[in-house]
Design a protein around this ligand. Structure first.
Ligand code: PMV
Length: 315
């Protein structure tokens, strides 16, 4: 039987993380250099009907029966089977690999879900639509993050720059002029749900202050959208710096993130900010193509465990 495989990219949030959970707009772009991949081999002759799951990167080698109901791999397969109205999950081996850092704000969980949904649905002859894939990946995120905004599953499913407002149809962005980013990984894993919960607690304690911070972040994202669509890339760097100032006030930055952001600025980056939930994970710096190598080196010397240079192409 043929093997079915599918992959999905990582992502970074350019503008509006956290505020997006509270209904403000945010912008995210795919990062094609890192990917999650799923390969499904059907095993119709398996006497036991076993569904085997292999994820060597996290040391997982087990069968579906042995996973708790709410394990992300079990949840995604069961949701896919329900969506396709399958009476049972046919015997198969599903192997998942990923080069996306885990818990680093680059959407590794959503990318794994998207890759599995596509490879598994194709292998049973019912390829799911993008709308179905994104919706089911969102439902898996709900199990783990409680209140995800939905930005990760959308940008990763559609693999295009998106302007996202919670609860609204996804809008893809027209990029008039390409731009380059250096992504720098602090190497510190950060739990999105715990940072999101902390922001919620702080918001409850001082709603006026946090609503103002969210409003400003939303205005920055809206201005950035115009700049991206008009090709005014020079506007994006200062907007990233302004967004970082807001994220600091939300108390989601960290010493390590600030060190990498400072190093990027000193090396000439046009703007820099954390990306994702914060407190660890990744930061991003806007650079000209000529600056990219020097900024990446400076970020590494300041402690990044790895850097990725990525270009957001014209669309
Ligand atoms: O850390 P990530 O990449 O999962 O991003 C979280 C982004 C938040 O805005 C903090 C949460 C969300 O659900 O949008």
């Amino acid at each position: 039987m043929p093997a079915f495989s599918a992959s999905a990219p990582g992502k970074v949030i350019l503008f509006g993380e956290h505020a997006v959970v509270y209904g403000r707009p945010a912008i995210a772009v795919p990062v094609m250099q890192v990917r999650a991949k799923a390969i499904v081999n059907m095993d119709p002759r398996s006497p036991s009907g076993l569904v085997r799951l292999l994820a060597p990167g996290v040391g997982l080698e087990t069968s579906l029966d042995n996973l708790p109901e709410n394990h992300p791999l079990a949840a995604v397969l069961k949701m896919a089977a329900a969506e396709m109205k399958l009476s049972h999950i046919p015997a198969c081996t599903i192997k998942v690999t990923s080069t996306i850092p885990i818990a680093g704000g680059m959407g590794s969980g959503a990318a794994v879900s998207v890759a599995i949904l596509r490879a598994f649905s194709a292998s049973v002859g019912h390829p799911l639509s993008d709308e179905q894939v994104s919706r089911l990946a969102y439902e898996v995120e709900v199990i783990h993050h409680g209140t995800p905004s939905g930005i990760d599953n959308n940008v990763i499913t559609y693999a295009k720059p998106v302007y996202f407002v919670k609860g609204r149809a996804i809008e893809t962005l027209r990029v008039k002029q390409p731009f380059s980013l250096v992504v720098g990984d602090t190497g510190i894993q950060s739990s999105t749900s715990s940072v999101v919960n902390d922001v919620h607690t702080a918001w409850e304690a001082d709603q006026a202050k946090y609503n103002m911070l969210f409003d400003t972040a939303g205005e920055i994202a809206a201005a950035a959208r115009k700049a991206i669509e008009n090709g005014s890339v020079d506007r994006l760097g200062p907007l990233m710096d302004e967004n970082q100032a807001i994220l600091r006030k939300m108390k989601v930055s960290s010493v390590e993130l600030e060190r990498l952001i400072q190093a990027a600025h000193s090396a000439g980056a046009l703007g820099a900010k954390l990306s994702g939930a914060g407190r660890g994970g990744n930061m991003i710096a806007l650079v000209t193509p000529e600056q990219a190598g020097g900024v990446a080196k400076a970020i590494e010397e300041a402690g990044a465990v790895r850097t990725i240079v990525t270009e957001i192409p014209k669309t």
